[in-house]
Design a protein around this ligand. Structure first.
Ligand code: SF4
Ligand code: SF4
Length: 278
C-alpha cells in the first residue's frame, strides 16, 4: 500500500512560480488518456500560488502558499457524482475521469479548496492529478516537485516510514490548509502564515548606535518566547497565534525596562521602543 502526497514548506517557498509554470507546461495542450484531458492555454492553474500580504510599513512581508489539489481522504468531489466518475486510486491519488466526467459541471462546485476548473471547450472538469501518468511511467516525480529549486515541495509515500515525507511529517509540526473544511487533506503544510510581532529597540542616549543584542521576551497564550535584537536593533516573533493577548518585555543592562501589551488581532509592527538610561 502507498499513499502519495506532497508536504509543502511555506517558509522555503520564494514565490518563483517554477511549479506553476512546469505544471502548465506538462498539461497545456497535452492529453493523457485515462488521467486528464488537455488543459486550455488560458483560465486554469492546477498549481496556484496564493500570495499572502502581511504586516505594514516599515515591515511588510509576503508569504507564498502553493495550492495544488489536496487529494483529500474524505473528498467531497468524489461524492458529488455517481461512483467511478471521481475516484481514489490505491496510491491515494484522486482522479477525475476525463471521459466519465464530461458534462458534469457540479464537480467544480463540490471542492471547497476551489482547485477544480471547468474546461468549456471539452465540457469537462479538471484538476491536479499529482502527475499520476508520470508516477505510473516509472516513479517520476510530479513536475511541480521536480521544478522546485528550494525544496519547498517534498513528494513521497506517507506509508513508507523510510521516505523523506514520512520522516518530515513525523518530525515537523505539520498543518492542514483550511482544516475547517473537514476533508482530511493528504497534502500537508509547514509554516502556514500566522501572526508576527516586530519592532525596533533604540537607546535614548545613543541615537547614533543600533541597540544590538537587547533581550526581548514575549509571554502569552501559554507560551514564553525570547530573542535578541539584530545588528539594526530589530526583533521579530513569527508563527504566533491569532487573537492572543501577549506581554512584551525589553531589557538591557543600564537601562529602564520597557513593557507593553500586544493583541495579535493582526500582524503588529510596534515601531521604535526607546530605552531610557537608569
Ligand atoms: S482538494 Fe478538492 S478536488 Fe482535491 S480531492 Fe479535495 S475536494 Fe477533491
Ligand atoms: S517552485 Fe518551489 S519555491 Fe517556486 S513557487 Fe513553487 S513551491 Fe515555491
Amino acid at each position: 500500500m502507498s499513499t502519495f502526497s506532497i508536504l509543502i514548506d511555506v517558509k522555503k517557498c520564494t514565490g518563483c512560480y517554477n511549479c506553476f509554470l512546469s505544471c502548465r507546461d506538462e498539461y497545456c495542450g497535452n492529453d493523457y488518456p485515462g488521467y486528464s484531458a488537455a488543459q486550455p492555454i488560458e483560465g486554469q492553474s492546477w498549481m496556484t500560488i496564493q500570495e499572502v500580504e502581511r504586516g505594514e510599513y516599515p515591515k511588510p512581508k509576503i508569504d507564498y502558499v502553493p495550492r495544488p489539489c489536496m487529494h483529500c481522504a474524505d473528498a467531497p468531489c468524489m461524492g458529488a457524482v455517481e461512483p467511478g466518475v471521481v475516484y481514489r486510486r490505491k496510491d491515494g491519488v484522486v482522479i477525475i475521469d476525463p471521459q466519465k466526467a464530461k458534462g458534469k459541471k457540479e464537480i467544480v462546485d463540490a471542492c471547497p479548496y476551489r482547485v477544480i476548473f471547468w474546461n468549456e471547450a471539452l465540457q469537462v472538469p479538471q484538476k491536479c492529478t499529482l502527475c499520476a501518468h508520470r508516477l505510473d511511467e516509472g516513479g517520476q516525480l510530479p513536475r511541480c516537485v521536480e521544478a522546485c529549486p528550494t525544496g519547498a515541495l517534498v513528494f513521497g509515500d506517507l506509508d513508507d516510514p523510510t521516505s523523506e515525507i514520512a520522516t518530515l511529517s513525523k518530525k515537523l509540526a505539520t498543518e492542514q490548509l483550511h482544516p475547517e473544511y473537514a476533508t482530511k487533506p493528504r497534502v500537508s503544510y509547514v509554516g502556514l502564515p500566522k501572526r508576527f510581532i516586530a519592532g525596533e529597540v533604540v537607546f535614548a542616549d545613543r541615537s547614533d548606535e543600533c541597540a544590538q543584542g537587547v533581550e526581548v521576551t514575549l509571554e502569552g497564550g501559554g507560551v514564553k518566547l525570547s530573542t535578541t535584537t539584530d545588528v539594526y536593533g530589530d526583533f521579530e516573533f513569527d508563527g504566533l497565534a491569532k487573537n492572543v493577548d501577549y506581554r512584551l518585555q525589553v531589557t538591557a543592562p543600564g537601562y529602564e525596562e520597557a513593557r507593553c501589551q500586544v493583541v495579535t488581532l493582526r500582524d503588529v509592527v510596534l515601531g521604535e521602543i526607546v530605552l531610557a538610561p537608569k
